[in-house]
Design a protein around this ligand. Structure first.
Ligand SMILES: Cc1cc2nc3c(=O)[nH]c(=O)nc-3n(C[C@H](O)[C@H](O)[C@H](O)COP(=O)(O)OP(=O)(O)OC[C@H]3O[C@@H](n4cnc5c(N)ncnc54)[C@H](O)[C@@H]3O)c2cc1C
Length: 462
């Protein structure tokens, strides 16, 4: 019997740990550990946890088709896990433990602790890589270090992928008998079971369907449509990727299969998956990022963040008086998701124009996002605040009104999330004065003055 520890890799296919453990056909027991206190300490959104539990329930049925059982254990914190897992291994007579690596610091330490505990007990542990297309450690600069700049990382990533050739792993082998399992709870005390199942039906089958549909229908126009939040121009796959119902390699494989002889490696959607890998390589190589330290402390040292409850609360509630920012926050609060372009506008607004610490914004996003992902969220926030690896230069400050007019020219996104504005002609919906006359709050800052203050702060130290 082999034990497979499931985390944010809730899928049957392209799962290196399941695949490896199942090869001996001597029986596989999967185990998931619920850690509500740790989730809270990590700012996990209730919607993300509810989606994760629903995905685990679907996966249990899929595992059963291969005679793989699922045990569900409960712990408070990561530090409680080694003893619990070892007990399960002893009770079930497991001869080995398998898992797919996770790269943020707390997760890496948890895995090291579990590995040490099992090895001390004489049970072998196999750590696999299933979270990235190309895992941390597999790509390096000529000097042998982790890339700090995206473009050479992406170039090397593409070259490596073209050279190595790969396909996602198949479904794990059928096992001799189904071990007894546990029911996956619908919800946990203090964690409401709500997520937008109408937008993201849980489970691997739904994820694969959406991937196939996206690649066939929307993907050809992705480069032209991805920045327009009123269009269905992006895949909407991030919640599935975040809990691992789908692997990044399955996404790349779907693009490759659909492209035929066309050059798919240069594809802009694949480029976004490379950003995902890039942030994972960074978080694995630079543990300080997991300690909420900026990649470029020398830039942050020049900034004095403001402690301004009114500005902060207005942003959190979507009441800044800047329609594009407010619509984004409303979308986040209503669905647990925000379009990438609007994430950039909202994050740039909070950090550069309101002068509020990116850490607060990053935590707020994590507490609400159904696709909350520590590495991508941290990378996105540090990029927007100009303190990250290969980040936007400090003088690039998004004007939320111009951004709105460019990327939501008909004001459809605004009318959807701020219905007060639907009666205004499209051209006027992005205008804060017209919006406040239509019932929206007055702008909480003067854009020009805030921009000048931000530039002065980033240049000179507050
Ligand atoms: C401030 C900020 C915070 C963010 N927080 C998160 C987060 O917590 N979780 C998260 O998954 N993404 C995050 N992103 C990245 C991006 O906004 C989302 O991945 C994207 O909006 C998800 O929508 P989609 O699946 O339709 O993306 P698509 O455009 O279809 O892209 C496909 C996949 O590529 C990955 N991806 C796309 N853009 C990025 C990016 N810029 N960085 C890293 N990976 C990317 C995602 O896994 C996404 O599902 C953040 C971006 C910013 C600017």
């Amino acid at each position: 019997m082999q034990l497979v520890w499931l985390r944010n890799d809730l899928r049957l296919d392209d799962h290196p740990a399941l695949h490896g453990a199942a090869r001996a056909r001597s029986g596989v027991l999967a185990v998931a550990v619920l850690t509500p206190e740790q989730w809270r300490a990590h700012d996990a959104a209730p919607a993300r946890i509810a989606f994760w539990l629903a995905t685990l329930r679907r996966l249990q049925d899929e595992l059963a088709t291969r005679n793989i059982g699922l045990r569900v254990l409960s712990a408070r914190y990561f530090t409680d896990i080694p003893a619990l897992l070892l007990q399960l291994a002893r009770d079930s007579g497991a001869r080995g433990l398998w898992f797919n690596r996770e790269y943020p610091l707390d997760e890496a330490r948890r895995d090291a602790l579990v590995t040490a505990t099992f090895r001390a007990a004489g049970i072998p542990v196999t750590a696999c890589d299933g979270d990235c297309v190309l895992p941390p450690g597999s790509l390096a600069t000529a000097a042998g270090t982790c890339f700090r700049v995206f473009t050479p990382f992406a170039r090397t990533w593409r070259r490596e992928l073209a050279a190595t050739g790969w396909t996602p792993l198949p479904t794990p082998d059928q096992q001799p008998a189904l071990p007894a399992g546990d029911a996956v709870p619908e919800s946990l005390p203090g964690w409401p079971a709500a997520f937008r199942a109408d937008l993201w039906p849980a489970g691997g089958a739904a994820a694969r369907r959406r991937l196939a549909q996206f690649v066939a229908r929307e993907h050809p126009d992705y480069a032209d449509r991805r920045d327009f939040p009123a269009m269905d121009g992006t895949s909407g796959l991030s919640p599935y990727l975040a809990c691992g119902a789908l692997s990044a390699r399955q996404c790349v494989a779907a693009v490759a299969a659909h492209a035929g002889t066309r050059d798919w490696l240069g594809d802009s959607w694949v480029g976004e998956l490379i950003w995902r890998d890039f942030f994972r390589h960074l978080i694995a190589a630079f543990p300080d990022l997991s300690r909420w330290r900026p990649f470029r402390p020398e830039v942050e040292a020049r900034i004095r963040w403001r402690d301004d409850a009114h500005r902060w609360q207005s942003w959190c509630r979507g009441e800044t008086g800047f329609p594009m920012v407010d619509a984004g926050l409303r979308q986040l609060l209503a669905t647990g998701w925000m379009h990438n372009r609007v994430r950039m506008i909202a994050a740039s607004f909070l950090t550069k124009l309101l002068g509020i610490d990116w850490r607060l914004g990053a935590r707020f996003f994590m507490r609400h996002l159904i696709d909350g992902d520590f590495a991508s969220n941290l990378g996105g926030w540090q990029w927007c605040a100009s303190v990250g690896a290969d980040a936007a230069p400090y003088f690039r400050i998004f004007n939320p009104i111009i951004q709105g007019r460019r990327f939501d020219p008909e004001g459809d996104y605004l009318a959807c999330w701020l219905p007060e504005l639907a009666a205004l002609p499209p051209a006027r919906r992005h205008d804060p004065a017209a919006a406040s006359a239509a019932g929206r709050p007055l702008p909480i800052i003067d854009y020009r003055a805030a921009r000048a203050a931000s530039l002065a702060g980033y240049q000179a130290g507050g």
